[in-house]
Design a protein. Structure first.
Length: 665
């Protein structure tokens, strides 16, 4: 069984034994993730069966950090030593599981990357999978730990070559030509972005060129999507191994680097990951979350300038402005990665258009700017960066764009974003979704929040206050103006208070305010500059605790409200219909706990209560996306996880709160 998590520390090594590995339905819910710092990744289950279209041993970012292609979906291994072959692979088909290598798997662990061990009739084979940082490689190491005699290891690569979001079937369009020279094979099954190479020192390639049909991806079926795929294999790679020997397989787009040294790469990557934990030597939870944080921080070159960004979630999200600005406090500042944070801020500031930060960088083409909150979160992120680093040299560089942004919001900019006479920010119309509650299916706006949204105006007040602070630091004449406008905004914010309910309206519109109890007001409560009185924040906290708090996050809508959904699942319409209509989000525990400690004080007693509150999430580190935190959970018991199994702001806000409030002390 996976080792339990004690209250103040997490297990250093995630470990599963046959009690889980042989229980296939349970094992298939545990997923591992390796990332390369470029947007590429490798991902699968602890028994090797792929259950998502996104699972693969080499999912390469062809235009880092996007343009991701599933090049090598998996590698199937078998041992052959004179008798019947021992099949180590595991695959789900619509009506069968074949082969059933999980039955001879004796261990899976993260140490710090995925390590599989199989045992059969005196043979023990260990397989380790890791991605060296920023090299675009997946390295697979095989160790024959024990054997009564020499044995042949056969490894069969299964090729997809497709965009990661789309499945495909066997096709005559596939180019089966293989370039084979020495211990390397290369092929380009489709367009140039599908090219791949496999290096296998000491191995022999035996070509056969066959299709494998009807792989079934259960998690895609749950999401109401296509779930059947065919994969192509150019042949098998074979090594003769003796007890104690090691062989290597390297997957890449362009081939392993000259002079490939697997031992050196593995040692260097182990040292790099160990260094991530150094700021948290006495806090195993923070150290483990810092390792998770590392997976989201990737390279992005903007207009020829190298920079950094945050992948919002694995496996299917790219980098989003809102998610980056919210998550970077935990992922970079809490982990002392100040240079990465600065690079992210510069990258996004450099993309400001019409006073707005991109909502997301799309797979190809220009960024999308359909957001009202990403830009406002940028102001908060810069304030947090300055607080953490005292680095004022960034101010002169970013201030022109920040000033432009403030003026654009005041005068009016895209998507109807403008400051009204009462000082509040209004945005959007009936057809737009501009806040983080942005689900929209065709023309159906699931959670209408056009008008004056509560957290948007908390953020707007903070942007004005931060703008005034920065202007004053730089002796800009706008400081007094932004201070005056902030006072008007704060006065206007009083309209949000719902006296009868003891909380804030969610959205103000000319016809009537939206009195639905949602967690967005907690975001306004948790920002650096308070726009609500202490008594109001205390009342909001009480209402949120009573109606929104779950063991894994905050519900997005109180039970009993019109449109409330207790469970998330089904096709796109059902899933998006529940996304912000009750579904619980772990990242919201960040503003909840910030408000909690603000109202209740930071004491030994309140810290202990917070530790108890976070125990389910700490246990969750071994229950879905191993070592990470899922995107969302059902709103009611048993609170099943859904969405991305590794989400940046889920990890970032948990890590921020854990360290900021010294919960591991």
């Amino acid at each position: 069984m996976s080792s339990p998590l004690p209250s103040a520390e997490a297990s250093k090594v995630t470990h599963f034994d046959p009690t889980i590995l042989h229980d296939l339905p349970t094992a298939l819910r545990r997923e591992w993730l390796e990332t390369d710092g470029l947007g590429g990744f490798a991902m699968g289950t602890i028994v090797g069966a792929n259950t998502r279209r996104y699972h693969g041993l080499l999912v390469a970012a062809t235009e880092p950090p996007v343009g991701r292609r599933v090049l090598v979906a998996k590698v199937e291994e078998r041992l052959l030593a004179g008798g019947p072959a021992c099949e180590l692979g595991c695959n789900e088909y619509e009506d069968a599981v074949h082969p059933q290598g999980h039955r001879c798997q004796e261990e899976f662990r993260l140490d710090p990357w995925p390590v599989f061990t199989w045992a059969h009739e005196g043979f023990r084979l260990r397989k380790s999978v890791f991605m060296p940082h920023r090299q675009g490689l997946t390295v697979v190491r095989y160790d024959l730990l024990d054997a009564p005699r020499a044995t042949w290891l056969h490894a069969r690569p299964l090729i997809a070559g497709r965009d990661m979001h789309h499945l495909h079937r066997s096709s005559g369009d596939l180019n089966a030509h293989v370039e084979h020279a020495g211990h390397r094979l290369a092929m380009q099954p489709y367009d140039p972005a599908s090219r791949l190479a496999l290096d296998f020192p000491r191995g022999e390639f035996r070509a056969d060129g066959v299709w494998y049909y009807n792989f079934h991806y259960a998690r895609e079926q749950e999401r109401g999507l296509d779930c059947i795929e065919d994969l192509y294999s150019p042949g098998e790679i074979v090594w003769l191994m003796r007890p104690g020997e090691t062989v290597w397989l390297v997957l890449s787009r362009d081939g392993a680097p000259a002079g490939f040294d697997g031992e050196h790469l593995m040692a260097a990557e182990r040292d790099r990951r160990a260094a991530l934990a150094k700021p948290f030597r006495n806090d195993a939870v923070a150290a483990r979350l810092a390792a998770a944080a590392d997976q989201f921080i990737v390279d992005r070159t903007v207009r020829g300038v190298p920079g950094k960004t945050i992948v919002a979630g694995y496996p299917w999200f790219g980098d989003w402005g809102r998610d980056t600005m919210i998550a970077l406090f935990g992922l970079t500042l809490t982990t002392k990665r100040h240079d990465d944070c600065r690079a992210m801020l510069r990258a996004f500031v450099g993309e400001v258009r019409g006073g707005l930060v991109p909502n997301l960088f799309v797979e190809s083409g220009d960024p999308a700017y359909n957001t009202v909150d990403a830009t406002l979160w940028l102001f908060v992120a810069i304030r947090r960066y300055l607080q953490a680093t005292r680095d004022t040299s960034l101010l002169a560089e970013v201030w022109p764009a920040l000033r432009e942004s403030l003026e654009a919001h005041i005068a009016g900019t895209d998507y109807g974003i403008r400051m009204a006479e009462d000082g509040l920010l209004t945005a959007g119309d009936e057809s737009t979704q501009l806040t983080w509650m942005d689900a929209k299916v065709d023309d159906w706006v699931v959670t209408p929040r056009h008008g004056k949204a509560v957290e948007i105006n908390g953020l707007w007040y903070n942007a004005l206050r931060i703008g005034a602070f920065l202007a004053d630091k730089l002796h800009d004449a706008g400081a007094a103006r932004y201070t005056a406008l902030a006072k008007r905004t704060k006065a206007g914010f009083a309209q949000f208070w719902h006296e009868a309910g003891g909380y804030c309206y969610d959205v103000l519109r000319p016809d009537s305010p939206d009195a639905a109890l949602r967690p967005n007001q907690l975001i306004a409560c948790a920002l650096p500059y308070h726009v609500l009185r202490l008594a109001q924040r205390r009342s909001i906290l009480a209402q949120a605790t009573a109606h929104l708090l779950t063991p894994y996050g905050l519900r997005t809508l109180a039970p009993g409200s019109d449109g409330y959904c207790a469970h998330y699942g089904g096709d796109r319409w059902a899933r998006d219909g529940a996304y912000h209509q009750g579904t619980a989000w772990p990242w919201l525990l960040g503003p909840y706990l910030t408000t909690w400690f603000d109202v209740m004080g930071v004491t030994d007693e309140t810290r202990q209560e917070a530790r108890v509150l976070l125990q389910p999430l700490l246990q969750h580190l071994d229950e879905a996306g191993l070592g990470s935190i899922s995107e969302i959970f059902d709103a009611e018991a048993p609170y099943a996880p859904h969405g991305c199994p590794a989400q940046a702001w889920s990890v970032g806000e948990l890590l921020r709160c854990w360290v900021q409030y010294r919960l591991g002390a």
